[in-house]
Design a protein around this ligand. Structure first.
Ligand code: 6R9
Length: 659
């Protein structure tokens, strides 16, 4: 049944044929009980006690959920705990002092291992130093560090003294840093002199100096000396050397501050629709319980594992699944400073091999790059330690999904395609690898206890296979509590559109478009804006992209609409090819058009196919469709410095010019 507005019209979204996890995986899985979905539903919200039980509480909570003031839900109220105690101290107490907590792999092949005891010492000393600088409970400390061990150490030191951290991705500009520090009134900053990007030493301190000039308030700044003589720097007023502080407080211990479950653990800025960054607020109890539970149930992390999430800690994925989730479970978490292709394209597989990584979690954009580079790179290494693979951050279509399972997972490892957001704090949609079959191209059902619904404009469930809005009908522990300083904006952005407060009905809107099948498996199609209107029919750009990336030789594709005249939209497809297939290859171009026509219909075939060596990506690795749309329309592109690969823009414009 099609609805009036065009959502949901048309055909079902294709997924690959179902695949089952191997028995060997299921037998050892943390969660293998098929009744888990039913149990969570029956016991909701008490079911979430299982997540809370993974933590150590200073004081037990009185209620699992308090929902008298929606959409401001409160979880595990009355409970008290400390996140750093949960991620560090309790593992020492359990006799796991010498167990590796962090294995760090540096850009130039440097390696460091922090045992739980080492991490305890570092976190305590730095917590003592922060206190001495004046940091009090509830003061926001900004952290602007690349992927070096001092980053999680600083986060945990803040958590220990009850000071919320606000990590700003190290690659962001001085303006971005200043805006975020200003918005959070943050008077403390932990940063470094510089770091390596590709082969080069890069000056971070210069950006910090500029940001500080732009701020009206003073900032106490701690500087980690990462580059030594390579980038000499002089410390000025209110600047402190990290290593000197550690020495000054050598051997110091600080009692973990007992925090209310609902006290803020951290702030994470994410881009808003209006352009102003939104400070998403996460709390101590619900967030930590949810990331620990999903690390256990979805990523199947066990204490004896070596687990690796290749994201940057500067984004939510790194917060939840490099730092808090894995460390709460007492496992070994790998941290890598470099890029996947330096010094060569087998770098990640070398790290998996050497560390005998059990579980590997990465982004679809990385998987598509691996596929583009070819299977020879994973083949160079012994990857047999791997038990489970995961992806997060963007949709992954069946071909790269299958490639990943086949060439990295030896055809055996289950692959979990996990959907979530900065605002959701932790995974909400995925298969449970010990319970469910997998359908490449679909993330999976809502996790146990998560009420995912794909609805139309009127709030009614769409039929299987049709496109609608991805919403969540019940609260969950890891959810954002509000936007920093913006309760009204929080309600407006996420709750207003599909809630009916008069009827007492509240529904979270993710901003994503999705389809759901008969089994409740959700295929996320991207942001709702990534739907284009061609002759009155709404087409999902992701669906077209999926048909394009199905073509052999195609590595990545991004589809946008070009408005021509008043109504009609032309379809532009930007395509990068795999090694061995020449860009602009006419055979590839023809197959692309044929494939889209067969998969969706002539209405969706691209009018223009632009070959490019790479697609423009944000620093967190997401394809910048907005920019590609501006290029197609010949619009002003504005500032492109936030891109990871700004140089590609000129090449694409030149390619279009030649067409
Ligand atoms: C964790 C993270 C959130 C947006 C989200 C959606 C996209 C994330 C996805 C996915 C399809 C998946 N997204 N996981 N799309 N399939 N498995 O990435 O957080 O940076 O806030 O981005 O990413 O569009 O709304 P964040």
């Amino acid at each position: 049944m099609a609805n009036r507005n065009g959502w949901g019209r048309g055909r079902s979204v294709p997924t690959g044929s179902p695949q089952v996890p191997p028995d060997s995986f299921v037998e050892q899985a943390n969660v293998a009980d098929e009744d888990v979905y039913a149990t969570f539903d029956e016991e909701w919200p008490a079911c979430w006690e299982r997540a809370a039980d993974l933590l150590s509480w200073d004081r037990p909570y009185d209620a699992v959920l308090e929902d008298d003031d929606p959409p401001f839900y409160r979880w595990f109220t009355g409970g008290r705990l400390n996140a750093a105690y949960n991620c560090v101290d309790r593992h020492l107490e359990a006799g796991r002092k010498t167990h590796a907590a962090i294995r760090w792999e540096g850009k130039h092949g440097e390696r460091e291992t922090y045992t739980y005891r080492d991490l305890y010492v570092a976190v305590n000393e730095f917590a003592a130093a922060l206190r001495d600088l004046g940091v009090e409970e509830d003061d926001v400390v900004t952290i602007y560090l690349p992927m070096i061990p001092e980053l999680p150490i600083a986060m945990l030191a803040c958590a220990r003294i009850g000071a919320p951290h606000s990590v700003v991705f190290a690659g962001l500009s001085s303006d971005a840093l200043a805006t975020r520090m200003d918005a959070a009134d943050s008077e403390y900053l932990v940063t470094c002199d510089g770091y390596y990007r590709r082969g080069d030493a890069f000056n971070q301190k210069g950006k910090v100096d500029n940001a500080r000039l732009a701020l009206e308030h003073e900032v106490e700044t701690v500087v980690v000396d990462r580059l030594g003589d390579e980038l000499p720097h002089v410390l000025g007023e209110r600047e402190w050397d990290y290593h000197d502080l550690r020495e000054e407080f050598a051997g110091a211990t600080v009692d973990p501050v007992s925090r209310d479950a609902e006290d803020m653990l951290f702030l994470m800025y994410t881009s808003g629709t209006t352009g102003e960054p939104k400070g998403v607020v996460h709390t101590t109890g619900g967030y930590l319980a949810h990331v620990a539970w999903t690390s256990h149930a979805v990523l199947d992390v066990e204490p004896e594992d070596t687990y690796w999430c290749s994201a940057d800690i500067g984004w939510i994925t790194g917060h939840s699944y490099i730092v808090y989730g894995p460390l709460a479970l007492g496992t070994t978490t790998v941290m890598y400073e470099g890029t996947p292709d330096y010094p060569d394209r087998d770098r990640l597989w070398e790290i998996v091999d050497r560390n005998a990584v059990d579980v590997f979690y990465t982004a679809p954009t990385a998987v598509r790059a691996f596929m583009k580079w070819g299977e020879e790179y994973p083949e160079r290494h012994d990857l047999s330690s791997l038990r489970l693979l995961g992806t997060v951050g963007e949709p992954i279509s069946p071909r790269p999904w299958n490639w990943y399972r086949e060439h990295v997972g030896d055809g055996e490892c289950p692959v979990v395609d996990t959907w979530w957001q900065t605002e959701t704090g932790a995974i909400l949609i995925s298969t449970l690898p010990g319970v469910d079959e997998m359908k490449p191209g679909a993330a999976g059902p809502g996790l146990p206890g998560i009420d995912v619904q794909v609805i139309d404009e009127r709030g009614e469930a769409v039929d299987p296979g049709q496109i609608g809005y991805l919403t969540v009908g019940r609260p969950w522990p890891g959810m954002a509590r509000t936007l920093y300083g913006g309760d009204d904006q929080y309600r407006e952005e996420y709750w207003k559109r599909f809630s009916d407060p008069d009827a007492g009905e509240w529904r979270y809107f993710s901003g994503d478009a999705a389809a759901i099948d008969e089994d409740g498996y959700v295929t996320v199609l991207g942001r709702v804006d990534d739907v284009i209107n061609v002759s009155g029919r709404r087409l999902s750009t992701m669906e077209i992209e999926s048909a394009i990336t199905d073509v052999e030789g195609v590595a990545e594709a991004a589809v946008v609409g070009r408005s021509s005249g008043t109504t009609a939209t032309e379809i532009y497809a930007y395509v990068s090819t795999e090694g061995g297939f020449g860009p602009g290859d006419d055979a590839v171009r023809e197959t692309i058009v044929d494939n889209v026509e067969t998969a969706i219909g002539p209405i969706a075939t691209p009018d223009t196919v632009v070959f490019t060596p790479e697609l423009p990506k944000t620093r967190s690795g997401k394809i910048m469709r907005r920019l590609l749309e501006d290029i197609a329309n010949g619009d002003d592109l504005g500032d492109t410095s936030a891109l990871r690969n700004p140089e590609i823009v000129g090449e694409i414009q030149a390619a279009i010019g030649e067409d």
